[in-house]
Design a protein around this ligand. Structure first.
Ligand code: MN
Ligand code: MN
Ligand code: ZN
Length: 287
C-alpha cells in the first residue's frame, strides 16, 4: 500500500525524505517552506538537488506538496486573492522542480460573498494559475483540491461544490481531488459502516468521479459526524474509529490510492504508531 505522513522539512527538504526512510514509509507530504508565511523566495538549486538525490536513493514512491493555510482562492479581497494565486502558482513551479506530481490545497472560504460567488472566484483563481508560464513549464504537476470540514464559510465541504469547480475550470486534466476522512466525516459524510461508506462514495462518484480522487488524507476526528469542526485525532481514537478506517483502506475504490496521515504529533511515537495501525488494518497483509 502507498502510505505516508506529513513530514517536517526542518534541516532542509531532503530531511523530509530522511524522516520517511526512518519511518519506513513509501510516501510523504511536505510544506515546501514556512507554512505561516507568504514569503517563499525561490527554491535554492542546492536544496532541490539534495532532495532529488536523497529521494533517488530512498523508497519513496509518492510525494505531495501541501500549500500554506493562508491561501484563500475564494477571497473577496483583491490583495489576498492575488497573493493566493501567486502562492499556488509558486508551489506548482516548485513541485515541477522537485519532481513532485501533486500540489494539494484547501480551496478557501467565501467570507460572506455567498457560495456561488466564492466558487466562481476559485475557478477564476485556478484558471489563472494554470495559464501562468510557471504552470506551463511544469506540465506534469496536478493541483488537488481538498474537501473541507465546513468550518465557518469554508467551501468544498460538500462533494458537489468540489464537482462544480472541477466542471467549470478550463484545464480539467490538471486538477484532481483529495479526500480528507476527518473533513468528510465532520461535513456529514459517514464512513463508519459498509453501507454508509458506499453511500458516501456513490455521492463522490456522482459529483466528482472516483477516478479524479488522487489522494486520501487519513485522519480520525475528535468531533462527531456532521460537527463541522476540523480537529484531527489519532487513527482509531476518534469518532471514525478503527472499523471506519478498516473499511476505508480496504475499499476497492480507494485501496490503490496514496494515503497520507496528518494525525497529531504528540511525541516521536505518534507517527510510527499511526502508520502501524493503518497497516494492521489491511486485509491482505500486503503492506
Ligand atoms: Mn489539508
Ligand atoms: Mn487534510
Ligand atoms: Zn483538517
Amino acid at each position: 500500500m502507498i502510505l505516508g505522513c506529513h513530514l517536517s522539512i526542518s534541516g532542509g527538504l531532503d530531511q523530509a525524505v530522511a524522516r520517511a526512510e526512518e519511518l519506513k514509509i513509501n510516501a510523504l507530504q511536505i510544506f515546501s517552506h514556512n507554512a505561516r508565511s507568504w514569503k517563499m523566495g525561490p527554491l535554492s538549486a542546492d536544496d532541490a538537488k539534495k532532495f532529488l538525490e536523497r529521494r533517488k536513493r530512498a523508497h519513496v514512491e509518492y510525494a505531495v506538496i501541501h500549500t500554506i493555510y493562508l491561501i484563500n482562492l475564494a477571497s473577496p479581497d483583491p490583495k489576498n486573492f492575488k497573493l493566493s494565486v501567486q502562492a499556488l502558482t509558486d508551489e506548482v513551479q516548485r513541485a515541477g522542480e522537485l519532481n513532485i506530481p501533486h500540489v494539494n490545497t484547501h480551496i478557501g472560504a467565501h467570507i460572506g460573498q455567498g457560495v456561488e460567488k466564492g466558487l466562481e472566484r476559485i475557478v477564476e483563481a485556478l484558471d489563472s494559475v494554470l495559464a501562468s508560464p510557471q504552470a506551463k513549464s511544469a506540465p506534469t504537476v496536478k493541483i488537488l483540491l481538498e474537501n473541507s470540514a465546513g468550518e465557518g464559510t469554508e467551501l468544498g465541504a460538500s462533494f458537489a461544490e468540489l464537482g462544480m469547480v472541477l466542471h467549470n475550470i478550463k484545464d480539467k486534466n490538471r486538477v484532481g481531488v483529495c479526500i480528507d476522512t476527518c473533513h468528510a466525516f465532520c461535513a456529514g459524510y459517514d464512513l463508519t459502516t459498509p453501507r454508509a461508506l458506499d453511500k458516501t462514495l456513490s455521492e463522490l462518484e456522482r459529483t466528482v468521479g472516483l477516478e479524479r480522487v488522487e489522494l486520501i488524507h487519513l485522519n480520525d476526528s475528535k468531533f462527531p459526524l456532521g460537527s463541522r469542526r476540523d480537529r484531527h485525532e489519532h487513527i482509531g481514537q476518534g469518532h471514525i474509529g478503527l472499523e471506519g478506517f478498516r473499511l476505508v483502506v480496504n475499499h476497492p475504490a480507494l485501496r490503490e490510492k496514496p494515503f497520507i496521515l496528518e494525525t497529531p504529533k504528540d511525541d516521536d511515537s505518534s507517527d510510527p504508531t499511526n502508520v502501524a495501525r493503518v497497516r494492521s488494518l489491511r486485509y491482505d497483509g500486503r503492506t
